[in-house]
Design a protein around this ligand. Sequence first.
Ligand code: AMP
Length: 282
Amino acid sequence: MLIFKKAADLQAWLNGERNTGKSIGFAPTMGALHDGHLDLVRMAKKECDRAVVSIFVNPTQFNDPKDLEKYPRTPEKDAALLIGVDCDVLFIPPVEEVYPPGLDLTVHLDFGQLDQVMEGEFRPGHFKGMATVVNRLLDIVQPHRLYMGQKDFQQLTIVRNMLAQLHSPVELVMCPTRREADGLAMSSRNVRLSPAMRAAAPVIYQTLVWAKETFPEQAATAVRASATARLSEAGLRPEYFDIVDGITLQPVERWQDSDFVVACTAAFAEEVRLIDNLIFKS
Ligand code: AMP
């Protein structure tokens, strides 16, 4: 596996690959890799000639400085895991390669309601930072396909909207959420859970599954109230549990109101913020 720290070096290598007709699959990450991340690489390897992974803990998408400071960083272990799945390239740039001093690369797109609801409400500025870094990384890598996880459903929806607004030729591929055996969605943040919270956290997935079974019979308002109560009773502090349309992210009150229904939730387990979602129908 090749490891690049400088954008220009990566671009020179990628130009050579593109010139010989190789297709490029790209998965941006913040490192502390787990099997969910590796699934993105596995899928990219299956569908493209070259798989490129970036590891960059993007400071502009953290609204909480403590969360940024505590974000796990395990670059050596990450490189070994990527070699294990036959990743071709790791791009692990310092901040000044992604954000060259004096250059304002901020994305100024209007995402309508997409970045205002759910995560957007509780993490102000998060999606602007996310869109900016994804756009910048796409500009550097210029992949044919972009691999992102369903785990961050709202993020993926906003990136899909950004690609459409920019008339980008990049094809966005959604990879299903990889879970632990007890249902907890894999996340780099899970290593920060206390033993008690690790034991409680699977209630998030259990509640999503319960809501999926219940929603056809009950209106969203009632499902939502019971779901947040379940999370609270298990010792978590839910921020939201929303049942939304999978394209507009606007609330869906009844099962028949949309063809693409997703439940999305965020909850604190002590000071660790966890998110998850489940597609009810699509
Ligand atoms: P992150 O490192 O958290 O920014 O995530 C990098 C990419 O991996 C994003 O596209 C995530 O949606 C995806 N991802 C994170 N966790 C999972 C998971 N459990 N299953 C599938 N994809 C995931």
